[in-house]
Design a protein. Structure first.
Length: 461
């Protein structure tokens, strides 16, 4: 499962390779977690006044959105990688994330519709973002994983990962296309906004990243070329890469590239049952929950069907329920796990950072895992939300929502936030409530053409 994660190059599990997971975690800690979240906080229950559930959802979404609004890097308008200023040797607030920014930008239509910001404020901010994106260096149209906000220069993710990152780029483009669809009025400002987004979208050379082969490669560098040579193959968080590549009006890929590269001609299929839930795709027990979230910020899984899965919503729901049941059964006897305290995914932890999942369970609960699962598991996610907010409020609830992760077993709570974790909370709760982002993205005719090209069917298309 290649997961370069998050931004976090969750190459993580090249789904089949535990070694890649270990390498990923080491890389992340070396290059991202120069800040080490080791502060312990005793987790105890305090009484918090109850509020209507819809108000609680509003509060969680709005506070999380403020990470991308109040805390945005001021020059670019994009999202900072993480909130801890002492990360990256004290330069943490200078580092912007392309994938995490894509998740945050996806939520601008939500903020406008819910009255957190005005439409005019959103357009002004998006113009700043587009100006930055138009000026910085790209790599055959693809953006780097990280940039320095003050200078616009690429910040290498690793020694040889200093160029284009097509997965992070896809998360950005997903967010931009959602805004292109939302700002649809026929006036000079919105016409300009759409045209500028279209130019960035059409400049991405998805076909270049195939190297002329039948799969898409994750990275390309001017200095190191395709030396990393990491093919993007399913099942992981990167389905959106192939969807966008097939949908591109300027640099499209063939279905053959998708079938050979992503589906591996059917080898991504699982078909086993865990905790009485069938897992169609991916590794046993499903892997970290961001696999069911990142590509589905805009891509609507409801009724989405291909030759491998009858309904991608069921795939994502079952994956989430397996994760939930695993935490509930708690085979490692970690303190705090329960039917209201669950959710394993990539996040900070008491020793650094890792992609947590049933095969890599370190006793860490990450709020974004359960909260970004609201469309799939509304009952289970509601119980988790209420536990996080009412029972653990004074330890978990901060300026930009819930802190990144915690562990009752290790008596530890993260002291900050990651863009890649905050963004999906806003987006997926909204998809649960109104399906806004799913509706916007799926209305895009280019996306519909790409899905048809790859053999997908959906009630929407």
């Amino acid at each position: 499962m290649i997961i370069k994660r998050k931004k976090y190059k969750i190459n993580l599990i090249k789904r089949h390779s535990l070694l890649l997971l270990l390498c990923f975690c080491i890389l992340f800690c070396l290059f991202n977690c120069k800040h080490k979240d080791t502060k312990s906080k005793e987790i105890t229950k305090v009484n918090i006044e109850a509020i209507p559930f819809e108000d609680l959802l509003d509060s969680v979404q709005k506070r999380s959105f403020n990470y991308f609004w109040d805390f945005a890097e001021p020059i670019s308008g994009l999202a900072r990688e993480r909130s801890q200023k002492d990360s990256f040797d004290g330069k943490g607030h200078d580092i912007i994330t392309i994938g995490g920014s894509g998740f945050g930008l996806s939520c601008f239509p939500i903020a406008v519709n819910r009255g957190w910001i005005t439409k005019e404020e959103a357009i002004f901010h998006l113009k700043k973002v587009l100006t930055f994106l138009e000026k910085i260096e790209t790599y055959h149209g693809a953006y780097s994983h990280w940039y320095i906000g003050k200078t616009g220069k690429t910040k290498p993710f690793s020694g040889i990962d200093d160029g284009g990152d097509i997965v992070e780029t896809a998360f950005l483009i997903q967010g931009l296309l959602i805004n292109r669809q939302f700002f649809s009025e026929n006036n000079s400002e919105e016409n300009e906004l759409r045209n500028r987004i279209t130019k960035i979208w059409e400049n991405v050379e998805w076909d270049w990243y195939t190297q002329g082969n039948k799969s898409i490669t994750w990275h390309w560098s001017k200095t190191h070329d395709f030396k990393i040579n990491l093919n993007i193959s399913g099942w992981n968080e990167a389905l959106i890469v192939y969807i966008l590549a097939a949908s591109s009006p300027s640099h499209s890929i063939s279905k053959e590239v998708y079938s050979n590269g992503w589906t591996r001609n059917g080898d991504m299929y699982n078909g086993k049952t865990f905790y009485n839930h069938k897992l169609y795709l991916g590794e046993d027990l499903g892997g970290p929950l961001f696999l069911a979230q990142y590509s589905f910020i805009g891509l609507d899984p409801r009724g989405l069907k291909d030759e491998y899965v009858e309904n991608y919503f069921e795939q994502n729901r079952n994956h989430t329920l397996i994760n939930y049941e695993y935490c509930k059964s708690n085979p490692n006897n970690f303190k705090g796990y329960s039917d209201s305290c669950w959710g394993l995914t990539a996040s900070d932890n008491h020793t650094g950072y890792s992609a947590h999942h049933p095969g890599n369970d370190l006793g860490i609960i990450t709020p974004t895992a359960a909260l970004s699962s609201f469309p799939y598991t509304p009952i289970e996610s509601k119980k988790a939300l209420e536990h996080f907010y009412y029972d653990l409020n004074h330890k978990l609830w901060g300026q930009y929502g819930f802190y990144d992760a915690f562990s009752e077993h290790h008596n530890w709570v993260a002291d900050g936030y990651l863009a890649i974790d905050q963004g999906p909370i806003i987006a997926m709760i909204e998809n649960y409530r109104t399906q806004l982002l799913w509706n916007l993205f799926m209305q895009d005719l280019e996306i519909q053409n790409g899905l048809n090209k790859l053999g997908f069917s959906s009630p929407i298309i």
